[in-house]
Design a protein around this ligand. Structure first.
Ligand code: PRT
Ligand code: ZN
Length: 287
């Protein structure tokens, strides 16, 4: 009997490609992704990978050509296809924002009334202005949206922003966030039981990779008389592991700490008398 495979659609080449492939690799899935290839088979997980343009991924997934896919929430919201968001992936973060030329005297969203706005996201933008009860003229263009005001095509733009430098270097000022976005794992609505089981297995691994990215493993040596003070500084998963060192009067402390505040914790630990502090990345973390 032929074993069932889960078909996943990833962006072929673009901002989500590398992180999408890294995620699968971190999940222990091996595959070769030769340049220009449209399809890849994996060696040790029943998965088949399709490399596509990001804009086409929601449609391929909703049509069942692929079972699951990785795509930005912005593309999902724009294409309005019938797919289910399974998991946020914590990469590809950006926002879809409205921006105006620097000399535009902007006070509120009402200032867009009657204005021409260039965007590659006409559907999202139409919904946004309808919800705000504002009438605008939307100019749908597929690329280089940021130059539209300077060539006289539009009064404002609505585009994706991450650092803001593209807007800045085109003399534009971000004034409203229409939506925040990150990459998500999507699935078609009705997977059969076998495929759903494979998706659950993949999802279990993805969650472990995500948790690992949020945390660091910390090891340090502490003089025994400072041990309780030092342990109190570590907000670990449960309680830290404490082991005696060969040198009397000293212990080794191991724990897991949150990536976002580890610098502060490390500083406090050092001030409290900890020595030989090591902070390590975690590959997978299973809760
Ligand atoms: O060829 P294909 O159609 O697959 O790719 P694409 O060119 O349409 O998409 P790509 O690779 O540019 O982006 C894929 C996805 O990455 C987007 O759909 C978003 O979900 C996400 N993403 C995250 C971004 C950005 N950040 C981003 N900054 N997509 C685009 N940008 C662009 C933006 O359009 C603008 O031109 O980067 C510029 C702004 O960047 P800053 O840093 O100057 O603000
Ligand atoms: Zn695209």
């Amino acid at each position: 009997m032929k074993t069932e495979k889960l078909k996943i659609a990833l962006q072929k080449s673009g901002r989500l490609s590398e992180e999408s492939m890294n995620l699968l690799k971190r999940c222990g899935i091996r595959f070769t992704n030769g340049l220009g290839k449209l399809r890849a088979e994996t060696e040790n997980f029943p998965l088949e990978i399709f490399f596509l343009r990001d804009d086409d991924i929601p449609e391929y997934v909703s049509d069942g050509v692929a079972d699951i896919g990785v795509v930005g929430e912005n593309v999902l919201a724009e294409t309005e296809k019938a797919v289910r968001t399974v998991e946020k992936l914590s990469f590809g973060r950006c926002r879809l924002s409205l921006a105006v030329p620097k000399n535009f005297d902007y006070r509120s969203v009402k200032d867009f009334e009657g204005k021409r706005i260039a965007t590659s996201y006409p559907n999202i933008l139409r919904r946004f202005f309808a919800a705000n009860d504002i009438g605008v003229e939307i100019h749908s263009i597929s690329g280089s949206v940021e130059i539209a005001p300077s060539i006289g095509l539009a009064d404002a733009v609505c585009d994706l922003v991450s650092s803001g430098s593209t807007l800045f270097s085109n003399g534009l000022r971000e004034v409203e966030t229409v939506m925040n976005s990150e990459a998500v794992l999507v699935s078609r609505p009705n997977l059969d039981a076998g495929l759903q089981k494979l998706l659950d297995k993949l999802l279990f691994r993805i969650k472990a990779v995500k948790a690992a990215r949020r945390n660091k493993y910390i090891l340090l040596n502490a003089p025994n008389e400072k041990l309780s003070e030092i342990i109190n500084l570590i907000p670990g998963m449960k309680s830290p592991t404490v082991m005696p060192l060969a040198e009397t009067g000293w212990s080794s402390v191991h724990s897991v700490i949150n990536e976002s505040d580890f610098w502060e914790i490390v500083e406090n630990l050092k001030n409290a008398g900890a020595e030989g502090i090591l902070v390590l990345s975690i590959d997978q973390m299973i809760n």
